[in-house]
Design a protein around this ligand. Structure first.
Ligand code: PMP
Length: 299
């Protein structure tokens, strides 16, 4: 759904490099950019932007332990901001923006942990980026989408590898590109098309996540979701048990049943089930039935 007015770039260094490149190219030293602090990665992107200009934290999610993404009444925008940056899916706490936030300035989005997991209104944005390793391909490359008229406003007096204008002029072949990663992304994009595209990805992800959210909601309070219902991610389902000791036992016993990697990120605690595009529905069903059985034994 991207028209000819978009530049499509493959850039090395993952999404973290994009945290720095966006402000390097688009935030003047005397300018201000609005950022929504909605999670661990959004927080890191703010720290990177501060190297280059002023940041207005238009929403401070540390106050609510990142349990939701803000509605427009919670966002304090700067008039004339260079851009407005947000993270559409917060990997660690498991929240997402169901709707794109309203912004008066150019919208930039980090979609690393849900890119191509659902249809997206690209044209509301000026720049969108994603590290590859969740839904796209091997780690190390970022897919960067830039509206051409926005890209033209970027700085050109930068070292080449950090300058979008140069990447764009060279067709993402400014130096030797990470060929394997780009090739694999192509394979994954073809797979997505064959499965029915982004609408089908969203249908599957919505069903997959509901299976686990239902297990949380019908547990009579044994499991508590970390995210408020209206902000629930379809990619990362986070919850906790009544005690940390039970969290640990859950992780251990699940691993013995071959369900591994469920321990929540250290900043969030609890449990996190990451169920990206490649993760099958059967895995979610398996986890949900384990959750029911575990609650019956320990509740
Ligand atoms: N943004 C988000 C939302 C992420 O989930 C991650 C990685 N987990 C990053 C940025 C950083 O990505 P990378 O490791 O590719 O730099």
């Amino acid at each position: 759904g991207l028209g000819d007015d978009w530049e499509i770039l493959f850039i090395q260094g993952g999404a973290t490099t994009q945290f720095a490149m966006m402000p390097m190219n688009f935030l003047p030293a005397d300018g201000t950019a609005d950022y929504l602090d909605t999670g661990v990665w959004a927080h890191k992107s703010i720290a990177e932007a501060r190297h280059f200009g002023n940041v207005n934290v238009a929403f401070d999610g540390t106050q609510c332990n990142y349990d939701h993404v803000p509605g427009s009444d919670e966002i304090n925008q700067t008039e004339g901001a260079a851009y407005f940056h947000y993270c559409s899916n917060n990997t660690v706490f498991g929240t997402r923006f169901e709707n794109i936030p309203d912004s008066d300035s150019p919208l930039i989005c980090d979609t690393s942990s849900e890119m191509f997991g659902r249809p997206f209104d690209w044209d509301r944005h000026c720049a969108i980026y994603a590290g590859a390793q969740k839904n796209l391909g091997p780690s190390g490359v970022a897919l960067v989408l830039l509206k051409k008229d926005f890209a033209e406003q970027g700085r050109t007096d930068l070292p080449s590898m950090f300058c979008y204008a140069r990447h764009s002029k060279a067709g993402s072949r400014l130096n030797t590109p990470p060929t394997f990663g780009i090739y694999m992304m192509g394979q994954v994009f073809n797979w997505i098309h064959e499965q029915g595209g982004l609408t089908e990805m969203e249908r599957r992800n919505s069903e997959k996540s509901s299976i686990i959210y239902d297990a949380i909601d019908t547990s009579g309070g044994f499991y508590t979701g970390l995210a408020q219902e209206s902000s629930r991610s379809h990619m990362n389902v986070s919850f906790r048990l009544p005690t940390e000791e039970l969290d640990d036992r859950f992780v251990e016993e699940a691993a013995a049943e071959k369900m591994d990697g469920l321990k929540g990120h250290r900043d969030a605690g609890g449990i996190r089930a990451s169920i990206y595009n490649a993760f099958p529905r059967e895995g979610c069903e398996c986890l949900a039935s384990f959750m029911k059985e575990f609650a019956a034994r320990n509740g």
